[in-house]
Design a protein around this ligand. Structure first.
Ligand SMILES: Cc1cc2nc3c(=O)[nH]c(=O)nc-3n(C[C@H](O)[C@H](O)[C@H](O)COP(=O)(O)OP(=O)(O)OC[C@H]3O[C@@H](n4cnc5c(N)ncnc54)[C@H](O)[C@@H]3O)c2cc1C
Length: 435
C-alpha cells in the first residue's frame, strides 16, 4: 500500500480528485506526487534565513542605516576598546554623553531604561509575531537592598507579561538576587555560618516569590545559567521551583549550557527527575557565555576545564540536546537560545520531521534584541514561536551589557560579518525596489 507522505493528505487527495478531471484509473501515487508538487510549497512556507525583506521588515531606512554604521564601527576592535574606556570615563565623570549612547548602541540592543519605555519595542516586535522577554540587565550589585529591588523589578515584568500576549516569558539571573560568593559557597557545599544560612534563606524566598508570581500569572520564567562554580546552587533552586510550579504546565525553565562537557548528561538526568516527580521539565538550551573565564579559572586553580575541547563538541551536544528534547516534547518544554543558523534550522527541520506543529507552545526560539533578526523574523514569519530577549535598565547600569555586545561583535569574520552583509543586502534591495 502507498503511504500518505503527510498527515491530512488523504483528505486533500479526495478534494483534488473531486475537483479535477484526473481519471480514476490514474494510480494514487501519481496523484500524491502531483499534489506534493502543486500544493505543499503553499501549505508549508519554505524556511530560509536569507530573506532580508522579512528579516528587516521591522526596520525603517533610518533604523537600517543606524544598524549599518553601528556594526561597521564595532567591527573595529581598536575603536571598541577606545570607546569602552572613553564611555566608562565619561559616564563616571558625569559628562553629558547619555543622549549619544541612548540614540546609538543602546537603541540597537536595549528596549528602554524602564518597563514603560520598552512598550514601543514590545509593540513593534509584536506586529511581526515576535515576542518580548523583558530582561532587567542591571549587573554587579551586591547588597540586600539591591537584591530586593531586583526581585521587585522582576515581579513587575511578570505582572506586565500577565496582561500582554506579546510577552511569552520572563527571565532572571540568580546573581541579581544573591551574593556571588554565597552562591559559590553553597555550590561547593561549604558549611555556611548561621548568618549565611539566613542570607541564603532570603535568596530562596526571593527566587520563590518570582516563580510563585509567574505560576499565578501563568507566565513561564527562565532562570539564566551562569559560571559553573555557582551553577550547582542555581540548578538546585531551579529544580526545587520546577517541583513546585511545573505540575500542570511548564512554568520554570532552567538553562543548560551545552559548552559544558557534563550538561547533556545533566539534561537527561533533569528529565528523569521530572518524570519521577511527575512535573514538566522546562529547558532553555544555550551554548554558554563564559568560556574564556571558565578556561582561565580552571588553569589558575588546576582542575580540568569543564568546557568542551572544541566548538565541534559543543555543537554536537547542542544538537543532541535539541534532538533529545524534541523526542520527549510532550513532557519537556524548550527554548533554543541561539544565534546559530544551523541550530535554528535543525530544530525547525526536526519539528517538521516529527510533525510537531510550528505553533506548539513547548518549542520557542530566542535571540537577543538587535542581533540575528534574519533568524527571528524569518522563523516568526513561517509560523514558529519566537521571542527576543529585550534588555532594559538605566543607561549607566546596562553599560557593561552594551560593552559585551560591542566586544562580541568585533570579529568581522563572525557575527558582525553576517549582520553587516545582511544589512548591506537589504539596503541594496530597498534601493533597487525604489527604481
Ligand atoms: C536568548 C538567549 C539566551 C541566552 N541565555 C544564556 C544563559 O542563560 N547563560 C549563558 O551562559 N549564555 C546564554 N546565552 C548566550 C549563549 O550561551 C551563547 O554565548 C551565544 O548565544 C552564542 O552562541 P550561539 O549558539 O548563538 O552561536 P555560535 O556562534 O554557534 O556559538 C558560539 C558559542 O560556542 C561555544 N564555543 C565557541 N568556541 C568554542 C570552542 N573552541 N570550544 C567549545 N565551545 C566553543 C561558546 O559557547 C560560544 O559562545 C543566551 C543567548 C541567547 C540568544
Amino acid at each position: 500500500m502507498f503511504v500518505s507522505p503527510l498527515p491530512g493528505f488523504e483528505t486533500l487527495a479526495g478534494v483534488v480528485l473531486l475537483n479535477t478531471q484526473i481519471p480514476s484509473f490514474v494510480p494514487i501515487r501519481y496523484l500524491y506526487i502531483y499534489i506534493f508538487i502543486k500544493f505543499v510549497p503553499q501549505i508549508i512556507p519554505m524556511l530560509s534565513f536569507n530573506n532580508t525583506e522579512v528579516s528587516f521588515s521591522g526596520k525603517s531606512n533610518n533604523d537600517l542605516n543606524r544598524s549599518y554604521w553601528l556594526f561597521k564601527m564595532v567591527s573595529n576592535s581598536t575603536f571598541v576598546n577606545l570607546g569602552k574606556s572613553l564611555t566608562t570615563f565619561a559616564i563616571n565623570t558625569h559628562l553629558p554623553i547619555k543622549g549619544l549612547i541612548k540614540a546609538t548602541i543602546f537603541k540597537q540592543f536595549c528596549g528602554g531604561e524602564n518597563i514603560e519605555e520598552c512598550d514601543k519595542t514590545i509593540k513593534e516586535l509584536g506586529k511581526f509575531n515576535v515576542g518580548t522577554i523583558l530582561d532587567y540587565s542591571v549587573e554587579g550589585k551586591e547588597t540586600e537592598h539591591d537584591f530586593d529591588a531586583c526581585m521587585t523589578e522582576t515581579m513587575e515584568t511578570v505582572a506586565k507579561a500577565k496582561n500582554d500576549k506579546n510577552i511569552p516569558f520572563c527571565v532572571f539571573k540568580v546573581t541579581g538576587l544573591a551574593r556571588f560568593d554565597l552562591l559559590e559557597k553553597v555550590s561547593a557545599k561549604y558549611n555556611l555560618s548561621a548568618e549565611e544560612q539566613k542570607e541564603f534563606g532570603r535568596v530562596q524566598l526571593r527566587v520563590n516569590s518570582i516563580c510563585k508570581a509567574a505560576h499565578e500569572a501563568g507566565t513561564p520564567v527562565f532562570i539564566d545559567a551562569e559560571e559553573s562554580w555557582i551553577q550547582t546552587a542555581i540548578d538546585d533552586l531551579a529544580n526545587q521551583m520546577m517541583v513546585l510550579y511545573n505540575v500542570e504546565k511548564p512554568i520554570v525553565y532552567n538553562t543548560y549550557q551545552l559548552y559544558r562537557k557534563d550538561r547533556y548528561a545533566y539534561l537527561r538526568h533533569s528529565f528523569e527527575l521530572a518524570q519521577q516527580g511527575n512535573y514538566y521539565l522546562g529547558a532553555k538550551l544555550v551554548r554558554g557565555a563564559y568560556m574564556e573565564k571558565e578556561r582561565k579559572r580552571a588553569i589558575e586553580k588546576g582542575y580540568p576545564s569543564p568546557i568542551q575541547d572544541s566548538k565541534e563538541n559543543t555543537d554536537r551536544d547542542y544538537d543532541a540536546a535539541i534532538l533529545f528534547c524534541t523526542e520527549h516534547i510532550d513532557r519537556i518544554a524548550i527554548c533554543a537560545g541561539t544565534h546559530n543558523e544551523h541550530s535554528s534550522m535543525n530544530l525547525a527541520n526536526l519539528m517538521n520531521e516529527k510533525t510537531i506543529a510550528t505553533s506548539n507552545k513547548h518549542i520557542y526560539f530566542s535571540q537577543l534584541l538587535g542581533m540575528s533578526d534574519h533568524i527571528s523574523f524569518n522563523l516568526a514569519n513561517a509560523g514558529y514561536n519566537v521571542a527576543k530577549y529585550v534588555p532594559y535598565g538605566p543607561v549607566k547600569e546596562v553599560l557593561p551589557y552594551l560593552i559585551r555586545r560591542a566586544q562580541e561583535n568585533t570579529s568581522v569574520k563572525g557575527q558582525t560579518g553576517r549582520e553587516l552583509s545582511l544589512i548591506i543586502k537589504e539596503k541594496e534591495r530597498r534601493k533597487a525596489a525604489k527604481k
